[in-house]
Design a protein around this ligand. Structure first.
Ligand code: TRP
Length: 331
């Protein structure tokens, strides 16, 4: 079993990024050989602010390591540093069909009413993603619900290439729901909206850089209802804010919602919120310290990424060569 996954280097990382994606990767390291990369080439498919992109790449890399991605066990690298991603993507542009890409819902969502004004890169984004995966002959790709369609497209591309060129080169990957369930973290101000860096209210999200006092303050002010916590999960059905806070608590401590409710049933938020902020601080404080260390020593970060890129490049090289051979472009 070999796992490959990428994440776009966004800034202002918050609890939603951590519990929804990053900690799943961390747990996955115990289950499989893992390659994790910053999808910095994918970041070019929408408007680019070069200075911002440069800093987001460092921030995301630091956050991944600070959160527990272990560069000694997993291969952590930047997509840009392994040119084989872009090369294989170009080869696969000959295999992917317009009709397949036309069906991709993420392109439809991201381009919206401005299809004609979208970059070509945004349209072929899933082909680069397929190259990311097929280059390493990954068996499993941990992704959220929104990326499943891209993994299925990757399977289609792999199978068509193998058939067209009569080779047994690419491994059709499976989407992978390992590393435990990803927590869907909602806004602290509105239990029906996802926690997001673009929400105008800063009180709606907890950033990985927030001080302990600020974390406690945001939890104290989080929207709730006047009822005590119920004894079982179904009691949270019509209570999105309560459900969110209980979900966050469980994701942070590693408990199921049932276990959390078993401990807090019948208690109000006056008792639950302080416990929640303690748990959050216990998770985030050491993480924040490690982040600060990397901020102070960016050369260490660059060294880790360079070492990861080298390992990734040598794993991917034989697949790229074989793909060139298959299409008649041997050296
Ligand atoms: N498209 C993915 C996302 O937005 C990121 C990504 C790029 C990716 N390449 C990948 C994920 C390869 C898994 C495998 O989340």
């Amino acid at each position: 079993m070999r796992v490959v996954s990428g994440i776009q280097p966004t800034g202002d990382l918050h609890l939603g990024n951590l519990l929804g994606a990053i900690l799943r990767w961390v747990r996955m390291q115990d289950e499989a050989e893992c390659l994790f990369f910053l999808a910095d080439l994918h970041a070019l498919t929408v408007e680019v602010d070069p200075a911002q992109l440069r800093s987001n790449i460092r921030e995301m890399a630091a956050a991944l390591i600070a959160s527990g991605i272990d560069p000694a066990r997993s291969i952590l690298f930047r997509q840009r540093s392994v040119p084989a991603h872009a090369e294989l993507a170009w080869i696969l542009q000959g295999t992917a069909r317009m009709g397949w890409l036309n069906r991709m819902t993420q392109f439809k969502e991201k381009s919206g009413k401005n299809r004609e004004g979208s970059s070509v890169g945004l349209f072929t984004y899933p082909v680069l993603q397929a190259a990311d995966i097929l280059l390493y002959r990954a068996t499993h790709v941990p992704v959220g619900e929104d990326q499943k369609q891209h993994v299925e497209l990757t399977r289609d591309i792999a199978l068509k290439f193998n058939t067209d060129f009569d080779v047994d080169l690419f491994v059709p990957p499976e989407p992978f729901i390992g590393g435990g369930t990803a927590a869907r973290v909602m806004s602290l101000r509105d239990g029906r909206a996802k926690m997001s860096k673009s929400d105008p209210s800063e009180m709606s999200r907890i950033l990985l850089t927030d001080s302990n006092d600020l974390i406690a303050q945001k939890v104290r002010k989080a929207k709730t209802d006047p009822e005590p916590l119920p004894a079982d999960v179904s009691g949270l059905d019509e209570r999105p804010e309560a459900k969110n806070l209980v979900g966050i608590y469980g994701a942070v401590t590693g408990e199921t919602v049932d276990q959390v409710l078993g401990r807090f049933a019948g208690q109000g938020f006056g008792a639950f919120k302080p416990a929640l902020s303690d748990a959050l601080i216990a998770l985030l404080e050491p993480l924040r310290m490690r982040l600060e260390q990397f901020r102070a020593d960016p050369a260490e970060l660059d060294r880790i990424l360079a070492a990861g890129s080298e390992r990734a490049a040598s794993l991917g090289a034989p697949t790229l060569d074989a793909a060139y051979d298959a299409v008649g472009l041997s050296r």
